[in-house]
Design a protein around this ligand. Structure first.
Ligand code: 13P
Length: 258
């Protein structure tokens, strides 16, 4: 099949932060950035008001959920189905974030089922993978990420694998103020692409983002690498102007997609 081109994406994961007030201020800062897809992941409760606020200012910014359930509907109190996210105008879903794996004990198998559910609902999944500090210190970073990826690719068609967006988020870099070094990111992004290519038995242009203490300063160096297709940003993306500065850094890196 024809190759999908690599995409450039800067996304904000608001985690459990946000309010209607914050949304009003945030959207006022948003502007299109040529060649860069902008995506906001608010808490599920704030998805619909964010979609409305973005529509009101005609912002070309997509919205997604931070998690989806693996089932389409049923007696699952407190959960949100991927179809419900799509119903509200969400187009994306983060799946397998390390905070879900850790605090909600999500297994690789459950993450795989959630990716399948997201695709089934027509959402673009962003699959998060990444090792803990202990795993890195034991020399297992690549093996851990390969296991996390393979469990998902085993559940997907080759076509779906080619459409997957992966975010490499080392657990030890999240929320610590200490981003991984560019060399560490490049090594892991290359390893991720090898696993994805092996899974479809051929080379393709996989889109791989980095996440973990990205800010306006380190984004410039990270985006200078042809192996980094963008970022999934937490804390630094809680303010619209900071999110935009990072998005513009992706554009200014001047990287042709492909
Ligand atoms: P921080 O940017 O706050 O480290 O969070 C990264 C993250 O977990 C994005 O999903």
């Amino acid at each position: 099949m024809t190759d999908t081109a690599r995409r450039q994406i800067v996304a904000a994961n608001w985690k459990m932060h946000g309010s209607l007030d914050m949304i009003q201020g945030y959207v006022g800062h948003l502007q299109p950035v040529e060649g860069v897809e902008l995506v906001l992941f608010p808490p599920a409760t704030h998805l619909a008001p964010l979609v409305s606020a973005l529509d009101a200012v005609e912002a070309r910014v997509a919205v997604g959920a931070q998690d989806v359930h693996d089932k389409e509907a049923g007696a699952y109190t407190g959960e949100v189905a991927a179809t419900m996210v799509a119903d509200l105008g969400g187009r994306w879903a983060i799946v397998g974030h390390s905070e879900r794996r850790r605090y909600a004990a999500e297994s690789d198998e459950l993450v795989a089922a959630k990716v399948v559910a997201a695709f089934r609902a027509g959402l673009q999944p962003v699959l998060c993978v990444g090792e803990t500090l202990e795993e890195r210190q034991a020399g297992d970073a690549e093996a851990v990420v390969a296991r996390q990826l393979s469990c998902v690719t085993n559940a997907l068609s080759a076509e779906a694998i080619r459409r997957l967006v992966v975010a490499y988020e080392p657990v030890w870099a999240i929320g610590t103020g200490h981003s991984a070094t560019l060399a560490q990111v490049e090594t892991m992004h290359s390893a991720i692409r090898r696993v994805l290519n092996d899974a479809v038995d051929g080379e393709f242009a996989a889109t791989v983002l980095y996440g973990g203490s990205v800010n306006e300063k380190n984004a410039i160096e990270l985006f200078s690498s042809s192996l980094v297709d963008g970022a999934l940003v937490g804390g630094a993306a809680l303010a619209g102007e900071r999110f935009m500065t990072i998005a513009r850094a992706m554009h200014e890196a001047g990287r042709a997609a492909g």
